[in-house]
Design a protein around this ligand. Structure first.
Ligand code: HEC
Length: 182
């Protein structure tokens, strides 16, 4: 009996790990209207990811400004502002929703900012920094070309929008007209 309980809990444990591993690799995705992969998140998680994105754009902008002023320490500081430190507070649930390759590309980009910041501090020249910035922005483009963000939590608004869509799509559908005509 004890043995059986042990087996059941082991099976449940393996199942839980298995489900987690499945989502960790695949994330929660679907195909979007423009044929990119839609990474589906809750509204709060989406805001968090988009906030990170804007920080990275700001970092690139800050770096270009500093480089054109010839201010290398400010350029290093701007690069570090989009480094790994800004990504550490990401929740495990969000991590499970992002596909593995998305996480790798995203984390690799934060690391590239950190690496570039330390190279600038070690005395990299402006052309050397520009080569690295070009490589970093190639990563931005690669990810944006294949991914977009979508929502998974059906909100009340979402449901009404869907309902409205069906009404619009099939104005003569039986039941809908009768029930909803004003
Ligand atoms: C791992 C994937 C990934 C990487 C790498 C990435 N992005 Fe994004 N980014 C996204 C996704 C997905 C969106 C949402 C796009 C959509 O839904 O159409 C986005 C959106 C954005 C937005 C819009 C933000 C908003 O508030 O709407 C900006 C700006 C942005 N990214 C900048 C960047 C910059 C700059 C880089 C590189 C330094 C970068 N991103 C790298 C995935 C990525």
């Amino acid at each position: 009996m004890k043995n059986r309980l042990g087996l059941v809990s082991l099976a449940l444990w393996v199942l839980t790990i298995g489900v987690f591993a499945f989502f960790f690799v695949r994330g929660t995705t679907s195909v979007s209207t423009d044929q990119r992969r839609s990474v589906n998140l809750s509204p709060v998680e989406k805001d968090l990811v988009l906030g990170e994105m804007r920080t990275m754009l700001k970092a690139i902008n800050g770096m270009l400004g500093a480089l054109s002023d010839g201010d290398m320490s400010k350029a290093a500081e701007a690069a570090a502002s989009a480094g790994m430190a800004m990504a550490v507070d990401t929740s495990p649930i969000l991590m499970a929703k992002l596909p593995l390759d998305f996480k790798e590309l995203g984390m690799g980009t934060h690391k590239a900012f950190d690496d570039l910041s330390s190279e600038i501090k070690k005395g990299a020249t402006v052309p050397q920094v520009l080569v690295k910035m070009h490589q970093i922005t190639n990563r931005c483009i690669a990810c944006h070309e294949t991914n977009r963000l979508g929502s998974i939590t059906p909100t009340f608004d979402g449901l009404t929008a869907q309902f409205a869509f069906h009404r619009w799509d099939m104005p003569t559908a039986p039941g809908l007209n009768g029930k909803n005509s004003q």
